[in-house]
Design a protein around this ligand. Structure first.
Ligand SMILES: Cc1cc2nc3c(=O)[nH]c(=O)nc-3n(C[C@H](O)[C@H](O)[C@H](O)COP(=O)(O)OP(=O)(O)OC[C@H]3O[C@@H](n4cnc5c(N)ncnc54)[C@H](O)[C@@H]3O)c2cc1C
Length: 292
């Protein structure tokens, strides 16, 4: 997978946090992360990642992928399979069937608008305003990914108004962009955190991964990354313990991933609170003190 992902990914080497007027408040510690890891942070668009995953499955052979099928009775899957993996997102039917409705999606009061601009932006990172922020990340030559987090109820016209007068290229992107191509997401997270990601009993053996297990606000850009780490850890645990010891494999997976993933989700939610605050002076002063 690594080679296929690297072929479509772009390195993320320089990004700043700015005020709406364009003043730099902080550097994102990308250089430090690169030095520590010995390789740069990489960004990849979702369609490229999905293509790479499907190509890998194809290369493995003997894997049946059935697209466009809605599972309406997840509990019935346990009769036909050794292990059910709930990778069905924040509204997970698998979670509901085996873990109940004690934890569920909860709104955080903001919506995210996202889009792709046909330009190369000279600046990347986030720009923090009062109760709203705008982000810019590279995708490939000539295209820039953008996202904006704004109060619920903001429509496309309202979005343009909220970022009028902000530094370049933000107003330019919104004025020239076609709202029909923009996507709007309600920002939600899973609350409260689940007491376990796994079930092994009479009703079957089940593991939750990704948003089904720990949907988080997008502030840290870690939701999909965390889902991939879950999938890798679950695969490793099942391979290590074997098909005949699935309960032990599930316990090992839960031990390895649950606390870490839930800490990431909490950090992302906390960052959302900080970034969306109306008290910008305190936030911006703290941001200026961060090490680069
Ligand atoms: C605005 C925004 C920006 C984000 N930015 C980033 C980022 O920069 N980096 C990052 O790592 N993450 C980011 N994320 C988070 C990321 O998108 C999610 O964490 C990730 O998609 C979770 O993957 P998943 O496979 O668990 O769930 P999903 O991507 O939600 O996939 C679940 C799949 O299950 C299918 N499904 C659901 N129910 C059923 C059913 N009953 N039967 C059959 N199929 C079903 C769905 O159709 C879907 O294909 C962002 C999220 C948002 C909203």
């Amino acid at each position: 997978m690594g080679e296929a992902v690297r072929a479509r990914a772009v390195p993320y080497r320089s990004a700043q946090v700015r005020t709406p007027g364009g003043r730099v408040l902080a550097q994102l510690p990308l250089e430090r992360l690169e030095r520590k890891a010995g390789r740069p942070e990489l960004l990849i668009s979702r369609p490229y990642l999905i293509d790479a995953l499907l190509a890998r499955l194809d290369a493995l052979g003997e894997v049946t992928v059935r697209l466009g099928e809605n599972v309406t009775d997840p509990a019935a899957l346990a009769d036909g399979y050794d292990l059910v993996v709930g990778a069905d997102g924040i509204n997970s039917a698998v979670r509901e069937a085996w873990f109940g409705s004690g934890s569920g999606p909860r709104k955080v009061g903001s919506v995210a608008w996202i889009g792709i601009a046909d330009l190369d932006s000279a600046v990347h990172g986030e720009t923090w305003g009062r109760g709203r922020f705008f982000g810019l990340t590279p995708i490939e030559a000539g295209r820039t990914n953008w996202y904006a987090a704004v109060p619920e109820g903001t429509d496309a016209a309202g979005l343009r108004a909220l970022f009028e007068g902000w530094h370049d290229p933000i107003p330019r992107i919104l004025e020239r962009g076609d709202p029909a191509t923009w996507l709007r997401y309600e920002m939600r997270h899973l609350f409260p955190a689940l007491p376990t990601f796994v079930h092994a009993g009479q009703a079957g053996k089940v593991a939750l991964v990704g948003d089904a297990a720990h949907a988080m606000t997008p502030n840290l850009g870690q939701g999909a990354c965390t889902a991939l780490l879950d999938a890798e850890a679950l695969t490793r645990a099942v391979t290590h313990h074997g098909r005949l010891a699935l309960p032990a494999a599930l316990r090992a997976y839960d031990r390895e991933r649950r606390r870490t993933a839930q800490r990431t989700a909490l950090a992302s939610r906390t960052l959302h609170r900080i970034v969306s605050t109306e008290r910008t002076w305190l936030r911006d002063t703290a941001a200026r003190l961060l090490p680069g």
